[in-house]
Ligand binder design. Sequence first.
Ligand code: HEM
Length: 410
Amino acid sequence: MTTSAQCDFTFPLSRRGDVLPEEADLLRDKHPVAKVRTLTGDEAWLVSSYALAKQVLEDERFSLKDTANPGVPRQYALTIPPEVVNNMGNINSAGLRNAVMKTLSPRADKELGGWLEAEAHRLIDRLVDQGPPADLRDGFTEPYSAALHCRLLGIPTDDWRRLMSGIDLAFVTSPAVFEGSTPNWYKDLGYMLDRLRADPAPTEGLLGRFAELRRSPDVLEQDGLDQVGSGQVSDDLLATVALSLFGAGAVSTSAFLLHAIIALVQQPELAERLRREPAVIGRAVDELLRYNLSIGDALPRLALADVQVGEVLVRQGELVLVLIEGANYDPEVFPHPEKIDFDRETNPHLAFGAGQHFCPASALGRTHAEIALQALVERLPALRLALPVEQLAWRPGFIKRLPERLPLLW
Ligand code: HEM
């Protein structure tokens, strides 16, 4: 048992999203719970095997909410208001869970599949009109993901660019708080407040539900929600929920789609299989989720008690970082993890996390990617990188590994 291993690694690992950082395998094999130094200079335990990652994520003595406390060790500076870290906790305690979960459920919106398909084809039509090469991030993944989130919230699609540029700043990972972070957040929060209070009031999406709630707080009860927050939910909280869902969702879906496209265009036989056997798309997306390296940092948790994790006794108050790529490439669970295999018998990957904070929109994230990827492989069968993969420019200092541009030919 040890509590004082040397800080041998600095974290985060490489920003490149096309190759597994070499430290990931080394850490998992030799030091599955390793002491690392983070961007802020704090110490943390980096957990990189599947079994231990799952243990930490499923044990509520490892808290996400408490990572926002003042004075605790950090992965990077907190550049969003601390209460936003406990997003789902706030949603639950305000009695808004059902309204939010309904918004995030692809099954609750019968027209969603057809709408996503039309949106994907509209964007591909535009790419085809303009001709190759084209940047699929600007021309496809971002507008497609953002449009979905505008629909979910019930805000005009034309506003997507201003919201996406707010995210670019909100999710910067920095050793220290920077000047633009607070005004950036409050500018976008102001936008959501204006939409919520608009006259006429919004009628669509989550903001439509929230507008109804503002008019008659007892809709919480009609929705079958608990009554904890009935009549007491502030506009600020409603706008914060809307903004943080846009942020969490648009950046995650767009980033994953970029990674999935990069993987498919490098292995055309996989895209060919999807054209021949469209029924494989569900399993294919799950495997691409396992394989993708979009989570650029690690999932942070603060230990609320002394807890044994593998060979290390993690002490109360210490920061634990769960390395998702470590878990998802663990050969104990995923034989030949470096291979994209649509036929894996089981695929219990952790791309959506695990435990209490498991992504509440995993079904939506899957549907979004399945429709986009199927449309791309069918419409653009010769899709390929316009430059060597090593030339992709990966964004530094951001919560996701993102290529700044994804220039493709077809
Ligand atoms: C492919 C797409 C997506 C991926 C890979 C993804 C991944 C994740 C992961 C790994 C977590 C766990 C974070 C943690 O444990 O610390 C998470 C949580 C979360 N995700 Fe997603 N996500 C996706 C799509 C979305 C979408 C579309 C939304 C909303 C519109 C969303 C909203 C959230 C929220 C609110 C949480 C916090 C849950 C909590 O704290 O209990 N995600 N997501």
